[in-house]
Design a protein. Structure first.
Length: 321
């Protein structure tokens, strides 16, 4: 590289330097004498990768809601795994120094990278392409999702590609999927037989989840737990329902405890009443015994007195009519 001498008087112009260089400035004369191609080389590292194209995220409510729900469901599912990144509708740049080589999947999942938030996703920076991509069909995007996207995603080595049509107007069936085979070619996934209730199912080996199409709605099923993934609104509703159930159960428990307490008090009161009645009966019996014993003592004393007078009390008893 040329050695530039910095004059005492100069018009500074900062340039991007390579890691082995120190920052320096060019004078106006030296800058004017540089060939036109040189600034392009010097500024090559300053290539701008936009994070927006000014277009809306989705064409309609159906597409937008499905995108946001699916992203939320997968984020919640992988929230404990720090090396799983779930996102959607951001630019994925797949060729260094070429801002035109980009694609913005509706939803995508990457394993083996941090889950930090990103403005854009650059494959050469992250070290890999996404593992799973979802495209939500709409009348304006369906043709591209059907023809251009599979070729691109296959070339990029994206393991699984799924398409879903929330309205059913563009695709039948409304859920499709494909997976890379050993030769790097996409092969269509075979749907499982219809489940009870008319559920159409595809399996994502990468996610470890099943994609169920039930009455036109896409539901993500976790075969390990036997439950469906929740969107934030569904999770909030389920949490409120669970809290309500806990509250009701607590009230029922409190009522049962109170009822049991009252019942035990009644039983104790009845026991005490019976015990008191038994005690009273025993006391009356004892009084009767004592009265009889007293009468017997009085009779014996009277008999002794009669005998002392020479009167046989037994004869008196026999003569008594």
């Amino acid at each position: 590289m040329r050695n530039f001498k910095i004059p005492n008087t100069y018009d500074p112009l900062p340039i991007t330097h390579y890691p082995s260089q120190k920052a320096f400035f060019l004078s106006t004369t030296e800058r004017n004498n540089m060939p036109l191609a040189t600034p392009q080389v010097l500024y090559k590292e300053d290539i701008y990768y936009p994070d927006t194209d000014g277009k809306p995220m989705a064409d309609n409510d159906f597409q937008r809601d499905c995108m946001t729900d699916l992203i939320s469901e997968l984020k919640i599912f992988f929230q404990e795994q720090q090396d799983v990144y779930v996102s959607g509708d951001i630019f994925i740049y797949y060729e260094k120094d070429n801002p035109n080589a980009k694609v913005a999947p509706d939803v995508f999942v990457v394993f083996g990278v941090s889950k930090q938030k990103r403005r854009i996703y650059q494959t050469w920076v992250e070290g890999k392409t996404p593992d799973v991509v979802f495209e939500i069909a709409s009348p304006t995007t369906f043709q591209k999702d059907e023809k251009f996207k599979p070729e691109l995603y296959q070339r990029l080595g994206i393991q699984e590609y799924f398409q879903y049509d929330p309205t059913g107007e563009c695709m039948q069936p409304a859920l499709r999927g494909c997976r890379l085979d050993e030769t790097g070619q996409y092969q269509a996934l075979i749907a499982k037989p219809f489940f009870p209730g008319g559920i159409f199912s595809l399996t994502s080996q990468q996610l470890g989840l099943e994609l169920h199409l039930s009455q036109g709605d896409l539901k993500i099923f976790d075969p390990k737990t036997g439950t469906y993934l929740f969107t934030p609104s569904e999770e909030a509703a389920a949490r409120q329902l669970a809290e309500k159930q806990v509250k009701n159960e607590r009230k029922q428990k409190e009522w049962a405890q109170q009822h049991t307490k009252l019942l035990l008090e009644e039983i104790e009161q009845e026991r005490q009443q019976k015990e008191q009645a038994l005690k009273q009966a025993e006391q009356e019996k004892e009084r009767d015994r004592q009265e009889k014993e007293l009468l017997q003592q009085q009779a014996n004393q009277l008999a002794e007195q009669l005998r002392a007078l020479g009167i046989n009390p037994d004869e008196i008893i026999q003569k008594t009519p």
